[in-house]
Design a protein around this ligand. Structure first.
Ligand SMILES: [Zn+2]
Length: 408
């Protein structure tokens, strides 16, 4: 089975993860795909297994006598809960010419409402029937790593060191790195294949924290409230009004961070505000958190009791903090991208990745483009041409690493 057949087979398997579930993995149906992957790897003659947490592991042993740096590739099997993920009906459009694509009676996709289509004109692309997401995020990555494995197994003359593979569950709900077995996965570094346009290499992401504020007011009948009532909801407004106006996701891009109000509720007696805090720069990230503390303490002084309780928890950090001391990992990927005839594209991720968590847990792990676009929605699509290139990039990385050590 080749790349496209694999991809079509995988996207038809429903693997939606569930943020409200406390099981591991969050949905057992993710294992339906994981088991398929283990079987296919075994059919290739490789040693692969599915662990209790729903992670697939596989090692392709080195085929050379000299020491070669062991590296790894990682992708996630789950799909986002933002759009339906069951009964995916992929459709191939050959040689896409830039015109309207009628997905169904309600949804027509074109380069206007979906500018990423401009990047794939002339390509064979795969789209949905408009009722579900496609699941290229991240089954494009999964299929490409499977294809890489089969190429390495079939072409013994390609020299390589130990190659580790892992397919994780629950990336979309931020838990993909939780049970990653670092003791088993003995790569020096790895790449997640979980980006978008092929040629992308991502190694900077947000530093992230969440803040929860609980306001306790003083309630009294409004008819006799003069000089006595303190309305918790109004103090919550007061808090928000003291935050910097332009540190709002709706006003920011690229390396600009933000504080984003994600939830609010309130009565006179009690109100809560929840925010997420994001910045690529650790110092500014810390200043943003400091601002929250200063405003809270100002309000507590002003009202003369602990009117607001603030809880801040860090979620993840910018992987660049670690990667900056290992830039050869990025350089290898950039060389590989150039070797297959593309120009490397680097953009700061305005979010997090499992790679960030893995990086801080000791496995430096930048992210590579896979050829999938418009993630988490019904207009998601993948370019077959770009997916093939993504396999070429991964294969080139394997070759460069094997060669590097030959020269040392
Ligand atoms: Zn993804």
């Amino acid at each position: 089975m080749r790349l496209v057949d694999r991809f079509i087979k995988y996207v038809k398997i429903d693997t939606e993860s569930d943020p409200n579930s406390n099981t591991v993995p969050s949905t057992m149906k993710q294992k339906d795909l994981s088991k398929v992957l283990v079987n296919e790897l075994k059919e290739m003659g490789l040693n692969a297994f599915l662990d209790d947490y729903g992670y697939v592991y596989c090692k392709i042993p080195s085929n050379v006598k000299r020491d070669v740096t062991p590296i790894g590739f990682v992708a996630h099997v789950d799909t986002s809960f933002d759009a339906p993920g069951a009964n995916v009906k992929p459709r191939i459009i050959k040689n896409y010419n830039g015109s309207d694509i009628k997905l169904n009676d309600y949804i027509t996709m074109n380069p206007k409402n979906s500018p990423a289509l401009n990047l794939v004109i002339g390509d064979d692309i795969i789209v949905t029937d408009g009722n579900t997401l496609l699941g290229a995020d991240d089954k494009a990555g999964v299929a490409e790593i499977m294809e890489l494995a089969s190429i390495l197994v079939e072409n013994k003359e390609i020299e390589h060191g130990d190659i580790y593979i892992c397919f994780t569950p629950d990336e979309e709900i931020g838990r993909g790195a939780n049970y990653f077995n670092h003791d088993w996965f003995k790569a020096d570094f790895a790449y997640t294949l979980d980006g978008s346009q092929v040629g992308e290499i991502e190694y900077e992401n947000f530093n992230a924290a969440s803040a929860k504020l609980t306001f306790t007011g003083k309630s009294i009948h409004p008819g006799s409230a003069k000089n006595q009532m303190i309305n918790a909801s109004l103090v919550a407004f007061e808090f928000n009004s003291m935050l910097p106006t332009f540190l709002n996701p709706a006003y920011t891009e690229k390396y600009e961070g933000f504080n984003h109000l994600t939830n609010m509720s309130g009565t006179t007696e009690e109100a809560t505000l929840q925010y997420i805090i994001r910045n690529h720069n650790k110092d500014i990230f810390n200043e943003q958190k400091e601002t929250f503390k200063k405003i809270a303490s100002y309000l507590n002084n002003k009202y003369n009791y602990e009117i607001v309780k603030l809880e801040i928890n860090d979620s993840y950090y910018n992987m660049y903090e670690v990667i900056k001391d290992h830039m050869y990992i990025v350089d290898i990927a950039k060389d590989a991208i150039r070797n297959v005839g593309l120009t490397p594209i680097t953009n700061p991720i305005r979010g997090g990745t499992d790679g960030a968590r893995l990086t801080f847990d000791g496995l430096p792990c930048p992210n590579l483009g896979t050829g999938g676009f418009n993630y988490h929605g019904r207009m998601e699509f993948a370019s077959i041409n770009q997916m093939k290139k993504a396999v070429d990039v991964a294969l080139e990385i394997v070759k460069i690493v094997a060669k590097k050590n030959a020269n040392n």
